[in-house]
Design a protein around this ligand. Structure first.
Ligand SMILES: Nc1nc2c(ncn2[C@@H]2O[C@H](COP(=O)(O)OP(=O)(O)O)[C@@H](O)[C@H]2O)c(=O)[nH]1
Ligand SMILES: [Mg+2]
Length: 158
């Protein structure tokens, strides 16, 4: 699996998503699986809140294969400057969090992430697990057996 690093202001949902992606149950096609891959680097929100976002992107992305810029679907504004993603020198994907929220406006958040330079956007709720499997799938490398495939192989061998 490729490693992803989460960047986003505090309250964006980084830590909750990190937990939703590791060890916890992941819902894939309405069935729940446990993820064994350790693929996430969580960061404190301060990195995205100061003028140093570019520096953080450049520095921390060295440890990751993919950078995930998080923006919650209930944000009233975006901190991301337009076209920042090339600074990371890595693939940068946009992650809209909290799509389950009653006040969520996922398309607005997605629009801001595209403005920042993200081409691929994931829509996620760490509460319901929606979108988590898709993000894991995006990190998959040749030879990786996803949690839901492991379960299938086990069933087949019974
Ligand atoms: N409705 C909803 N709330 C969420 C979700 N993910 C996180 N939150 C809430 O948002 C707040 C900030 O989450 P946290 O993961 O600590 O954000 P961080 O500061 O980026 O690490 C917490 O109160 C979480 O319970 C989600 O998928 N849906
Ligand atoms: Mg956190």
């Amino acid at each position: 699996m490729r490693k992803i690093i989460f960047i986003g202001r505090s309250e964006a949902g980084k830590t909750t998503l990190t937990q939703a992606m590791k060890g916890e149950k992941i819902t894939y096609h309405k069935t729940q699986y446990v993820n064994h891959f350790d693929v996430i680097i969580d960061t404190p929100g301060e990195y995205a809140e100061t003028k140093n976002l570019g520096g953080a992107l450049a520095m921390y992305s060295f440890e990751a294969d993919v950078v995930g810029l998080l923006l919650s679907a209930i944000e009233p504004y975006s901190l991301y400057p337009p076209c920042v993603t090339p600074i990371a020198n890595r693939e940068v994907v946009g992650i809209v969090t909290k799509i389950d929220h009653p006040l969520a406006d996922p398309e607005q958040a997605a629009e801001w992430l595209r403005l920042a330079g993200c081409e691929k956007i994931f829509y996620i709720s760490s509460y319901t697990g929606e979108g988590v499997a898709e993000l894991l799938e995006h990190l998959r490398e040749d030879g990786d057996i996803m949690p839901w495939e492991e379960a299938k192989e086990r069933d087949n061998s019974l």
